[in-house]
Design a protein around this ligand. Sequence first.
Ligand code: HEC
Ligand SMILES: [Cu+2]
Length: 472
Amino acid sequence: MKTQLKLVAAGITSAVLAMLPATAAETALPTITQELLAPPLLPPPITRKTPAKVVVNLTVEEVEREIAPGSRYTFWTFGGTVPGKMIRVREGDTVELHLLNLPDNKLPHNIDLHAVSGPGGGAAQTLIAPGNEASFTFKALSPGLYVYHCATAPVGMHVANGMYGMILVEPKEGMAPVDREYYVMQGDFYTSGAYRAPGVQGFDMQKAIDEKPTYVLFNGADGALTGNNALTAKANEKVRLYFGVGGPNITSSFHIIGTIFDRVYTEGGSHYQENVQTTMVPAGGSTIVEFVPRVPGNLTLVDHSLTRAFNKGAIGLLAVSGQERPDIYGKGVKKALAGAAAQSAAKAAPPAAKPAVAGVDRAQQLRGKAVYDSNCSACHQADGKGVAGVFPPLANSDFFQQRPYEMAHIVLHGRNGEIVVNGEHYNGIMPPQDLSDDDIAAVINYVGVELNKGTPAVTPAQVRDMRKSRQP
Ligand code: HEC
Ligand SMILES: [Cu+2]
């Protein structure tokens, strides 16, 4: 079994071109073994001008790995990745698809490719138990970007566990060259625990039936396209994204914050629309988008159904390097309105000293500062002094100091209605903050120690208990 696997692995890492003994039907069709790369990468553009027989070796792997940091889930995959490895052929090619179901897998699987003309798209020919290999051939008659997926019952469950990918059938005349190409697919996941709950998570069939995903993700993991995994490009490069939705259920309002799609090949077909902001991609469907980032910085890929992006994980980054272009995108100027500036100067609290309080955990304080800077400072201001009449101060706040422990409730559940802080009336809305127990404890203790000269007041375990209740 080990050697068999090695052979498959060797076969897929290099594209092999060889002549097969010609049969009557396939006179002189060269045979090419499809190169398979892990997303967001994909095979390079096709330079051939004539048809070929393309051999694709896809291995079904059931693998447990992180769906979010600290949260593990068993994915069922085509080729070990979510989405499955992308297949790239040319219109008129004959595809010989081999599906291998590893002996260590627990379930039967198969493949239905939307690029196939024929009932079931290959599902019946490829339905196999663990420890078997199936193959069938089809002719790629129509150019386009097509989803493939497992179609083994319960189909929704196989797809929800990550069993989808895409096949690009390039038109005979080829595709216009671009500087960068990437491969991204969105999918919805239904775990037994809550979003980012730690530990090993099971699959929740009822959540799937109710179409209430715990996660909506790009490329199968929370963070698959952020941090060190961000996509990259240089300003003024032409970027092409092959984007699909595996589903099983949730469609995507696909958008990239900070750019405009020059071209959108709607639904992965042959015609394009120009100058598009957001494009709708159905479950089991795709799109090809092309754009040119003009200035450096992060562009953000989202499902513009935004709680999916900010609360369920459907977020990715394209880090753009290059020259600033203030003529295209200015830096901006901010200043307080005349009246507001005077008020906040009058109330300005003296800067909080940094006391060496016993029992203060420096690591937690640093974490708290980081959480504060990225989640609280936009409203409460970097120095915690707030904005007169709009955002109450957190620094030297009598409201905070009177009951620091209860402040975790406000961060967890948000707050609105009248509130009096240091004698000033406020009536605004603080949205609930989507933070972990550790982050909430850290930020409250940071506000308590650094901005209010207090002592740490709350532990992550207490925050966890508070999550269950809505009232302090
Ligand atoms: C979108 C703006 C916004 C963000 C972001 C925000 N707050 Fe608030 N916060 C408010 C508003 C507005 C109020 C007053 C709500 C009311 O009127 O009931 C408030 C009130 C509070 C209070 C109670 C009043 C006080 O001044 O002591 C605390 C504590 C607090 N926020 C902490 C935080 C922390 C910690 C974060 C970051 C994790 C945060 N807030 C993020 C807008 C925000
Ligand atoms: Cu399957």
